[in-house]
Structures are given as C-alpha cells and as structure tokens.
Design a protein around this ligand. Structure first.
Ligand code: FE2
Length: 131
C-alpha cells in the first residue's frame, strides 16, 4: 500500500489535525518570503505527553516538474515529560513554526504533520510568482 494512502486530508477549519500553510498567495521570484506552518490554528490539538504533534515537514513542488523538494523539517520535542511523570514537566513545544524561503517559480507547498496517535495529515497551498 503506498504511503500516500495513509495520509489524511481535511479542511483545517474543521479538523484539528490538518496543518495550515500560511504565506502570501503570490511571492517575488528569488526573494525570501515568510511562511508559517501550524497544527491547531482553528481547533486546538492536544499537547500532552500522551498525545501531541511530533513533527511537520514542508515540501515544495514546482509547477511542471515531477519531483518535490523537501524544504524544512520541524520537530516538536517537549510535551510535558518529567521524572515526576507524564505532563508534570516544565516545557511544551507547540506545533507552530515560522521560517523563510524563496522560489524561482510557481508551485505547491505541502505540509505533512504527524500526530503520535492519529497519524499523518497534509495540507497544500499553491503560490504564484511575480518578477
Ligand atoms: Fe491527535
């Protein structure tokens, strides 16, 4: 069974697991732009030792090209773990990250997120490019 068959998609406004890709609809060619990816923007996802988002990967597939490029991997490592027990720790990492990238043509940005219980979820956003 292809991996893609396990990846779930949904409207992020109605499904807390669907990642959100926030960036301009149109960017300037070869010029850095800011992109934010997150899980739980509309409906909060739990962030506990037992149930949390572990990572988000971001890919860019240029229009008219067969292959996608892996542009970022973001791991969220703290979820209340402690020697005192689950959810007693001092730190929680939230699945929300902002970074900068640039492209030389239009394409599709895809975020792939892993919930440690509910599996893989993806969302995409197309971007146009101006000169
Ligand atoms: Fe979950």
């Amino acid at each position: 069974m292809p991996l893609g068959d396990w990846i779930q998609t949904a409207d992020w406004k109605a499904e807390k697991h669907a990642p959100v890709v926030d960036c301009p609809d149109e960017v300037v060619v070869d010029t850095p732009f800011t992109i934010n990816v997150s899980v739980g923007k509309e409906i909060a996802h739990p962030n506990t030792t037992e149930h949390h988002v572990s990572w988000i990967d971001v890919f860019f597939k240029p229009d008219g090209v067969k292959f996608a490029h892996h542009v970022g991997r973001f791991e969220f490592k703290a979820h209340g773990e402690s020697v005192k027990g689950a959810n007693q720790g001092p730190a929680y990492t939230h699945p929300n990250v902002t970074f900068s990238m640039q492209v030389n043509g239009a394409g599709t940005l895809t975020a792939l997120a892993l919930c440690n219980i509910h599996g893989l979820w993806e969302s995409s956003k197309t971007i146009q490019v101006s000169l």
